[in-house]
Design a protein around this ligand. Structure first.
Ligand code: KIV
Length: 302
């Protein structure tokens, strides 16, 4: 359970701590109490994260890669996000539900951004939306904030900028690049973001941004000095066989557990030990059931 009581709202019907809102994340930053965040893409994982008292559940557009098997996040659509966010919403009671706006859903205009943002709030129950980008997206942030939608910024390594960045590369390593990230953070802060995701940047830069912006920072591959940390569900549980990125810590080897379970299931079915009689239904007591003789299996005619 959290050591810092949530400040924003009176306790809700779902539990003594009530629901997490962005005001609570701000209180965490001020109290220097680390914020926890995890991605989730479906109902059972959302329930697990919620029951584990994770502060923020992010329906990330990483779902394109880890759930849909796409090569990158660029092809993820509004329909994909709506579909998964609705499922996650059903599993969330306490955690704050944040949903990624997918590539192309906020790149055309502020009107387009607000229209799509409203759809994610109204149809999927998002409490906040996350969009990638620096100073150039400040007008989009303002539009969403005017529509009463809290916004999480996302700077540094931005997966949706894969093509313009020339691959998934750590950002902000030079003085100019680090200064640009700090400027972007300030621009987004002025535009009204509620929190800022820092991805794939040197820990020194993340620490500087965290110390100089008033909103909570949530890091992924940005070192330990951020106000909170987020991981992708499949990385945390080691669900892929490929070597994880340097910043990933696998907190459980769920892949091995699943593999072992599948092998044991296959072996039991092949050995006809599953299902057992105890795992089978039986006729009601006293029921007289006459089996018909099984039809003769025709032998191969020569
Ligand atoms: O899509 C996602 O999962 C994300 C996290 C990596 C922050 O944006």
């Amino acid at each position: 359970m959290s050591a810092v009581p949530l400040q924003g709202v009176a306790p809700g019907p779902q539990g003594p701590l009530g629901k997490v809102f962005s005001v609570d994340l701000l209180a965490r930053k001020r109290a220097k109490h680390a914020i926890t965040a995890i991605t989730a893409y479906d109902y059972p994982s959302a329930r697990l994260a919620d029951e584990a008292d994770i502060d923020v559940i992010l329906v990330g557009d990483s779902l394109g890669m880890v759930v849909l098997g796409l090569p990158d996040t660029l092809r993820v659509t509004m329909e994909d996000m709506l579909h998964h966010a609705r499922a996650v919403r059903r599993g969330v009671q306490r955690s704050m539900l944040v949903v990624d706006m997918p590539y192309g859903s906020y790149h055309v205009s502020t009107d387009q951004t607000v229209t799509n943002g409203l759809q994610l709030v109204k149809e999927a129950g998002a409490q906040a939306l996350k969009i990638e980008g620096g100073a150039e997206i400040a007008p989009r942030v303002r539009g969403l904030v005017r529509a009463e939608i809290p916004v999480f910024g996302h700077i540094g390594l931005r997966p949706q900028a894969l093509n313009s960045m020339g691959g998934y590369r750590v950002q902000g390593r030079t003085q100019a690049a680090a200064t640009k990230l700090l400027d972007d953070a300030h621009e987004l802060e002025s535009a009204g973001i509620a929190a800022l995701v820092l991805e794939g940047i040197p820990r020194e830069v993340a620490a500087e941004i965290t110390a100089h912006v008033s909103v909570p920072t949530i890091g992924i591959g940005a070192g330990p000095d951020c106000d909170g940390q987020v991981l992708v569900w499949h990385d945390l549980f080691g669900l892929f066989s490929s070597a994880p990125a340097k910043f990933v810590r696998q907190f459980a080897d769920v892949r091995s557990v699943m593999q072992r379970g599948l092998e044991e299931f296959r072996e039991a079915v092949e050995a006809r030990t599953f299902p057992s009689d105890a795992e089978s239904y039986h006729l009601s007591t006293g029921t007289d059931f006459h089996q018909h003789p099984s039809p003769a299996v025709p032998s191969c005619e020569k």
